[in-house]
Ligand binder design. Structure first.
Ligand code: HPA
Length: 280
């Protein structure tokens, strides 16, 4: 197995520092159709992925590929506008490469957003779910970025995922939701490989196992963030309800995910801004 060398993370961080010389406090990953928050970053400087050694390029519509640096609510941030997914054929290490580079650039906090299908029967399309825990199907099965030689420059060999999602940041999000009048759902995110939307039997299985939402991202990035000692806050934008019956005539599709994602954007932005305000 070829692994990303420690040097490549350093080269990527150095290439970015040559163009943007400011430390980052919070890294933000913007999911499918959720990229517009990056446009609100003040004093912005962006670096396209293709200018950074080691960065893979997104191949999916709805994902541009650049890092945007600047200030949001007084906090120094870097937003990953355009995410890499495992289903694009990239390795979990490639998928999570940007997170480790942001850690090298000083980020101690990772804020992750994703588009997800609603599994919990109480959810409706358009909801936002605070992720309190996850089931990492891909990772449990052995496809995860921590497999192989442990990179001690980031963290230890064995890590605990007990409090992967930081409880203080989650409380900040609840407070931000109350202040903004947003009805924030909470629950467990199931990370699957995709790119297919789940079959009805799979949806019922995920519900039985305790998942509230399902998506094709996030768990890899959260794993490396926790490994590197970062505090994680994550939200799912519930862009569709998963179909759990063969009787249904409906079927989820990527266009719907992007479309509903856009309508969720303003509330998601308000939540993230609220959390950042409480940090500044
Ligand atoms: N399943 C998996 N991933 C998703 C979904 C879904 O229904 N919607 C958005 N991302």
């Amino acid at each position: 197995m070829t692994q990303v060398s420690t040097d490549l993370y350093d080269s990527a961080a150095a290439a970015i520092r040559q163009r943007v010389d400011r430390p980052i406090r919070a890294a933000i990953i913007l999911g499918s159709g959720l990229g517009s928050l990056a446009d609100a970053i003040e004093d912005a400087q962006s670096v396209p992925y293709h200018d950074i050694p080691g960065f893979a390029l997104p191949t999916v519509s709805g994902h541009s590929g650049r890092l945007v640096f600047g200030k949001l609510e007084g906090v120094s941030v870097a937003a990953q506008q355009g995410r890499i997914h495992f289903y694009e054929g990239y390795t979990p290490e490639q998928v999570t490469f940007p997170v480790r580079v942001m850690r090298r650039l000083g980020a101690h906090i990772l804020i992750v957003t994703n588009a997800a299908g609603g599994i919990n029967r109480a959810f409706v399309a358009g909801d936002i779910m605070l992720i309190t825990d996850h089931i990492n199907f891909v990772g449990l099965a052995g496809h995860n970025p921590l497999i192989g030689r442990n990179d001690e420059s980031f963290g230890e060999r064995f890590i605990s995922m007990t409090h992967a999602y930081d409880r203080d940041l989650a409380n900040c999000a609840r407070q931000a939701a109350r202040s903004a009048g947003i009805d924030l759902r909470e629950g467990v995110y199931a990370g699957v490989a995709g790119p297919f939307f789940e079959s009805p039997a799979e949806v019922r299985m995920l519900r039985t196992l305790g998942a509230d939402a399902v998506g094709m991202s996030t768990v890899h990035e959260v794993l490396v963030a926790v490994h590197a000692g970062m505090r994680v806050l994550a939200f799912s934008a519930v862009t569709n309800l998963c179909i759990d019956s063969l009787v249904s005539d409906q079927a989820p599709n990527h266009e719907e995910v992007l479309e509903v994602g856009k309508s969720i954007n303003p509330r998601l932005a308000a939540l993230i801004r609220g959390v950042l305000r409480s940090l500044s």
